[in-house]
Design a protein around this ligand. Structure first.
Ligand code: ATP
Ligand code: MG
Length: 429
């Protein structure tokens, strides 16, 4: 019978890969907590309507990437393609927004039906950060500084660049959109197919186009920065001042946009040239109009999301993956013969009582000394504790150092064992 395989673009994260994931997630969680951000968790599935209304009908996500299905009641549900919509929905539903300030983060899988390739999956994972109730550029700056600190902690700061833009107010963008459409309409034939379509549906997104001929046309197009309203201009200037004062370098990218009306003012991306085409590791922006669009009161909001798969690739590319020694066991307990096997577990439990930080692997499933030592060696443990019938009778264990040939085998009494391990493995500190 044919074996069942995973779904294309939905990957297993295998035991040898999880230490890096845990490292990235733990580093981000600790950093966010230190800045006063709180974790929020929401379901993987929402009403389709939530994403239609928040992400927008004329986006790639809603047009062609959502996993949408009817459940048994006939309701249209969708696997979340991103977290912002659910986060706003949850906050509104539980009254967390009105007259309050929120700094929130979440982590978990997102689902988009895209063409799978390096750095692009159908189930991928994001760490997302959303803030509510703060209208000024101070919080925009905080988010950017926080992300910059995360890159330093992960050792990838030399490999990423901050790209920054302001997309102004809705009305400023309307005026700009009209000017852009006027300009591009003259050259419709030279635009790529997607851009031709967007000329009527979502012209700002044309600025995103990777098509060389479209890009060439855009070089002569009207510039968004010349259309900015005064408030957005001042907001952007102050944001830049704050980043400059912090010594952060960035590149102004006038083509950086979000094609949705509820976005405004700040947009930013962290990009890298180390991952080929999938070079954006983190993307964010201000979305002051979204809460209202979803039925709440007007609430300023700004956030970002980063892709964990791309961060894993980047940490690997930078060679700053931490040694995974932190998950290998300290000790492997070898137990040969019925008496030893019976003694091994209670002894191990006593050691765990005495030394909560001890990572101890007990041989299960029997086997001769030779086979058990092989397993001990493969486990990565620093030392093996050896129990045979003689040891059990004498209430002592043999200690064999697995990574240090110069150290002779020794014998330790059961009663002395916890103290011995605590001292030798520096577990008491
Ligand atoms: P892209 O331009 O790469 O398609 P996007 O604009 O669709 O990205 P966002 O919706 O802003 O991406 O998501 C934020 C981040 O999540 C991206 O910068 C990226 O790191 C990650 N991401 C988005 N889609 C995927 C995917 N299909 N697979 C892996 N990571 C992804
Ligand atoms: Mg995308």
């Amino acid at each position: 019978m044919a074996k069942i395989q995973s779904i294309r673009g939905m990957n297993d994260i295998l035991p040898h890969e999880t230490p890096l994931w845990q490292h990235i997630e733990a580093t981000a969680a600790a950093l966010l907590t230190s800045y006063g951000y709180q974790e929020i968790r929401f379901p993987l599935v929402e009403q389709t309507e939530l994403f239609r209304r928040s992400i927008g009908e004329v986006t790639d996500i809603v047009e062609k990437e959502m996993y949408t299905f009817e459940d048994r009641n006939g309701d249209s549900l969708t696997l979340r393609p991103e977290g912002t919509a659910s986060c706003v929905r949850a906050c509104e539903q539980h009254g967390l927004l009105f007259n309050q300030v929120q700094r929130l983060w979440y982590v978990g899988p997102m689902f988009r039906h895209e063409r799978p390739q390096k750095g692009r999956q159908r189930q991928f994972h994001q760490i997302g950060v959303e803030t509510f109730g703060m209208a000024g550029p101070d919080i925009d700056a905080e988010l950017i500084l926080l992300s910059a600190r995360l890159w330093r902690r992960l050792g990838v700061d030399q490999a990423v660049t901050l790209e920054l833009n302001s997309i102004g107010s809705i009305s400023a963008r309307q005026t700009y959109k009209a000017a852009l459409v006027d300009y591009l309409s003259v050259y419709v034939d030279q635009l790529d197919a997607d851009s031709q379509r967007r000329l009527t549906t979502n012209p700002l997104r044309i600025l995103d186009s990777k098509d060389p001929s479209t890009q060439q046309l855009l070089a002569g197009a009207p510039r968004l920065s010349e259309y900015l309203d005064d408030e957005s201009r001042a907001h952007f200037a102050e944001l830049r001042e704050r980043l400059d004062a912090a010594g952060l370098t960035y590149r102004i990218n006038e083509r950086l946009v979000r094609g949705l009306d509820y976005y405004g003012k700040t947009v930013f991306e962290w990009t890298t040239d180390r991952l080929g085409a999938q070079g954006t590791v983190c993307a964010g922006g201000r979305y002051d109009g979204l809460v209202e669009q979803l039925g709440g009161r007007p609430t300023p909001a700004v956030g970002f999301a980063m892709g964990i798969e791309r961060l894993c690739l980047l940490v690997e590319a930078c060679g700053t993956r931490p040694v995974s020694a932190a998950t290998a066991p300290h000790v492997y307990m070898v137990a040969v013969g019925a008496a030893a096997e019976r003694a091994a577990q209670p002894l191990s439990e006593q050691l765990r009582d005495a030394l909560p930080a001890l990572r101890l692997l007990v041989n299960c499933g029997g086997g001769a000394f030779k086979g058990q030592f092989k397993r001990a060696d493969r486990s990565g443990a620093a030392l093996a504790l050896i129990l045979g019938a003689d040891e059990v009778a004498a209430r002592q264990v043999g200690v064999k150092w697995l990574r240090d040939d110069s150290r002779p085998q020794e014998t330790v009494e059961f009663e002395q064992l916890a103290a011995f391990l605590g001292r030798e493995l520096a577990l008491n500190a």
